[in-house]
Ligand binder design. Sequence first.
Ligand code: SF4
Ligand code: FES
Length: 252
Amino acid sequence: MPGMTIHLRVWRQAGPNQPGRLVPYTAERVSPDMSFLEMLDVINEKLIASGQDPIAFDSDCREGICGACGLMINGVAHGPEPGTTTCQLHMRHFHDGDTITVEPWRSRAFPILKDLIVDRSALDRVIKAGGYISVNTGSAPEANAIPVSKPIAEQAFESAACIGCGACVAQCKNGSAVLFAGAKVSHLNVLPQGRVERYSRVVAMLDQHDEEGFGSCSNEGECEAVCPKEIKLSNIARMNREYIRARLAGVR
Ligand code: SF4
Ligand code: FES
């Protein structure tokens, strides 16, 4: 089978604070079963063979679990398929002869390092501010020793599905990371083990969120629409309620 011909316009930028531009490439004999990243691998093999600098992009697991691989594909974070990371996006969702524009996440808090790679460590620093449990929980207890109701367990599990990819930030016109922060706060604050530090956690994480240069939420919903793990906006509402309770309780 001859496969598809795909035309690409890829953002190339030699380093941070360097000028960048969209560079045209053509990928030939693209199999519909290839992932988007495998298609970029093929282009890179050609670039390397001809002595050119390959396109820099991030990936690790290529299974939709690590969050490393985000790309802006035709202006949509992770591309056209809902609930799908870039590494799990297959070329069968495109057509022979398509032109696809590929750009990095563009957000003040995510400086571009090279080509399609951005520095997402601001998200790590939000976690570091409070996205953990520091109380001594002792050795691993018997699984049923702490009663957690099924709805609470399911809520925590849904929120814990966030892979920290940053697509929510990239798609938001405000560059807000509150869907990410909301998922991380919710995951811990709804569980009995996390409730001890619920107020200090939400205040510390939101303070760090703002300090990193992420913007405020204006209820656009773009984050939820592109989230590959379908994290719900209700996580933001829960975090905001926790924040107000914390302030009323005098936590600074
Ligand atoms: S909330 Fe969704 S889009 Fe945002 S970092 Fe988590 S998984 Fe990625
Ligand atoms: S490479 Fe890990 S989620 Fe895509």
